[in-house]
Design a protein around this ligand. Structure first.
Ligand SMILES: NC(=O)c1ccc[n+]([C@@H]2O[C@H](COP(=O)([O-])OP(=O)(O)OC[C@H]3O[C@@H](n4cnc5c(N)ncnc54)[C@H](O)[C@@H]3O)[C@@H](O)[C@H]2O)c1
Length: 268
């Protein structure tokens, strides 16, 4: 093994990735499997999870709704019962639903609606439950790396996402800091990846439309949206021993989007 392979290896580790049937979660699962981990591909989409697990080889699929706390606990327990340990957890599952303030009157109309509550349940509570379930085992093991998927929308105002999304992602960022400080005494690291616009299926509309992509491209300093594969390096850094002194960090990966103001042209 070369020095680099050794540094970034996760051989023999067991990783749980939520929302791994698509987009960024798929990319996280793929790089962890490539680097030697057994990956539990967890998703509410059973068919998608099974497809990704079959593609990765060193993986198994699990149907999971991260908003169901008991189910998240049960899956973490099952992984440890089957494999003996849980070393890496990516709390990544997320949805985009509801109406951004530029389209509707936002703060006036959005709160209390079903979309608001459903999004908070998945994008905030789902991350709390996943971190908690993983931490119970990692604390006992005295080791582990947890990575949550935040968003640049949690780091500043963003008129192109609903309030619920911005609130959930800001919550994820402070949750990560709180948990990182708490769990450090057990040698458990907790970090957040904070993506800008990536070409995934988020929002349930399938791949990003060409028109939306053109508009994003125009306002991202690097001139284009991210390809999910471009998140792999940061993910492996945080998951592996290469990141052994990194905890409590929030790492934007956004083509420079945060360098611009949030006043972007509207995206359907
Ligand atoms: N794509 C972007 O531009 C972008 C930017 C910032 C942050 N993010 C975040 O990245 C994460 C992944 O999103 P993506 O862009 O890859 O979207 P995606 O839609 O391609 O993938 C999300 C996956 O999560 C799964 N999922 C949804 N609800 C779930 C639940 N309750 N339990 C378990 N799985 C569930 C979906 O079935 C899907 O497979 C999300 O947290 C999202 O908020 C994405």
């Amino acid at each position: 093994m070369t020095v680099i392979e050794d540094l970034f290896s996760v051989r023999g580790k067991v990783a749980l990735v939520t929302g791994a049937a698509s987009g960024l979660g798929h990319a996280f699962a793929a790089i962890l499997a490539d680097a030697g981990a057994h990956v539990v591909v967890a998703d509410v989409d059973q068919f998608g999870a099974e497809k990704v697990a079959a593609e990765l080889g060193s993986a198994s699929a699990a149907v999971l709704d991260v908003a169901d706390r008991a189910a998240v606990d049960a899956l973490a327990d099952q992984v440890v019962a089957e494999h003996g340990h849980l070393d890496i957890a990516f709390a990544n599952a997320g949805v985009a639903r509801g109406t951004p303030p530029l389209v509707a009157s936002g703060v006036v109309d959005e709160f209390g609606l079903d979309d608001y509550n459903a999004l908070i349940d998945v994008n905030l509570h789902g991350v709390v439950y996943t971190i908690r379930a993983a931490a119970r085992h990692m604390r006992r093991q005295q080791s582990g790396s947890i990575v949550a998927t935040a968003s640049t929308a949690g780091m500043r105002n963003d008129p192109f996402v609903p309030y619920s999304y911005a609130i959930a992602k800001a919550g994820v960022i402070n949750l990560v800091k709180q948990a990182a400080h708490d769990l450090a005494r057990w040698n458990v690291r907790v970090n957040a990846i904070s993506p800008g616009p990536f070409k995934t299926s988020i929002g349930g509309k399938g791949p990003t439309s060409a028109a939306a992509e053109d508009r994003w491209n125009a306002v991202i300093p690097l001139g284009r949206m991210g390809d999910p594969k471009e998140i792999r390096g940061l993910a492996l850094l945080l998951a592996s021993d290469a990141g052994s002194f990194m905890t409590g960090g929030v790492y934007p990966i956004d083509g420079g989007a945060l360098l611009q103001g949030p006043s972007l042209p509207a995206v359907e």
